[in-house]
Design a protein around this ligand. Sequence first.
Ligand code: DIG
Ligand code: MN
Ligand code: MN
Length: 389
Amino acid sequence: MPSPYTPQPHHRFTFGLWTVGNIGRDPFGEPVRAPLSPVQIVHLLAEVGAYGVNLHDNDLVPIDATPGQRDRIVAAFRQALAETGLVVPMATTNLFSHPVFKDGAFTSNDPRVRAFALQKTMRAIDLGAALGAQIYVFWGGREGVETDAAKDPVLAIHRTREAMNFLCEYVLDQGYDLRFALEAKPNEPRADIYNATTGHMLAFIATLDHPEMVGVNPEVAHEHMAGLNFLHNVAQAWEAGKLFHIDLNDQAFGRYDQDFRFGAVNLKAAFFLVKFLEDVGYAGSRHFDAHAYRSEDEAGVKDFARGCMRTYLILKEKAAAWNADPEIQALLAEIHQDDGSAAPFLGAYNRARADDLKAATFDYQALAARGLRYERLDQLTIELLLGVR
Ligand code: DIG
Ligand code: MN
Ligand code: MN
C-alpha cells in the first residue's frame, strides 16, 4: 500500500517546465544548475509522481526556432508525454523575457509590439491547444511602469481589454476547448504591474466581451507580496465561479517573489488553503509555480518537487482530521449557535421586515459580553498541525 503522501494522478499535481527547470540564476548571480531539456523535465516529473506539466511557449520552443526545429522539439516532447503518461493541463505565453516586451506586451506604447504580442499569443494558444491544454494563463509580468509619466493607466486598461477580447474571439473562432486564467502580481519585474491582485482581475473580467471564458489563476506568493490573505482571495474567486487554476508556492510577506516550496514559510496559511480547496471540491490542477533554492543540485530539485506534493497531502490529511476532531467541531457548533431569535430580521428586504427590525430591542451589552472561544479553537488547530492531536 503506497504511503498516503505518495502523489497520485487524481491529486492533479502539476509543475511548469520553468519550475523544476529553474537553473538558479538570480539578479545577483549566475546559474548554479545545468539546464534540463523539456524531455528531461517530463521524465523528472514522472519520477517524482507529478500528474502534469505546464509550459510557456518558449519553455518548449525557442523564440527563434525554425518551423522544422519547432516540429522536432514538439514531437520529442509528445513522445516523452506518451512514455510517461503526463498531461499538459495548462499553457501560457512568455510575454516577459524577450527585450521586445521591455515596456509590456498588450500595454506596450508601441502598437507594433502590441500586434506582435497578439501574434505570439495566438501561436502559443495553438501550441497549448494541440498539447491538450484546457486552461490558458495570462501573467502580465511586464504590463506596468516604472514611471506613470510613460503610460496612461486608463489606456493600459483599454489595451488589455482589447487584447483579451481579441484572443477570446480567436479561441472561439478556432473552436478550442480553452478557458483563460488571469494571474495577478503587484510588482516585479516592473516597478508596478497593472491589475495588481486577484481582486483587480475579477473586476476586470466583468468588463470583457466574453467574461464566461475568463477566470483567475491566483498565486500564493503574489497575493502575499501585496500583504493579502490568500485564502480570502481564492474564496472570492471560487464564490464567483472564477477559480479556473491556482499557483501554489510560498512567500514571506514584504519580500521579492520568492516562489518557495509549498508550505515552506506559512504552514498555517497553507493548511487553511488546502482545507478550503478540499472542502469545496476544487477539481482543477494543483500547480506548483515554485522553484528549488539556489543552493540545490538536481537531486535537491527533486526534493523540492516531492516536498511540494508531500506537504499538500499531509495538510490534506490534517484538514480531514480537523473536520473530524470532536472538540474542534463541538467548539464550532457552540460558536455558530443560533437561537433563531434573529431569523425574522435577516434575509431579503421587505417593508414589514424593515419595520419590525427598526422596532426591535437588542441587549447589545449582553451580546458584546459574549466570549467567542477563538483562542481555544485556534490553539486546537495549532496543536493538530503540530501533531499532538
Ligand atoms: C509567474 O508567477 C507566472 C509565470 O511563471 C507564468 O506565466 C504563470 C503560470 O503559472 N505564473
Ligand atoms: Mn511568483
Ligand atoms: Mn505564477
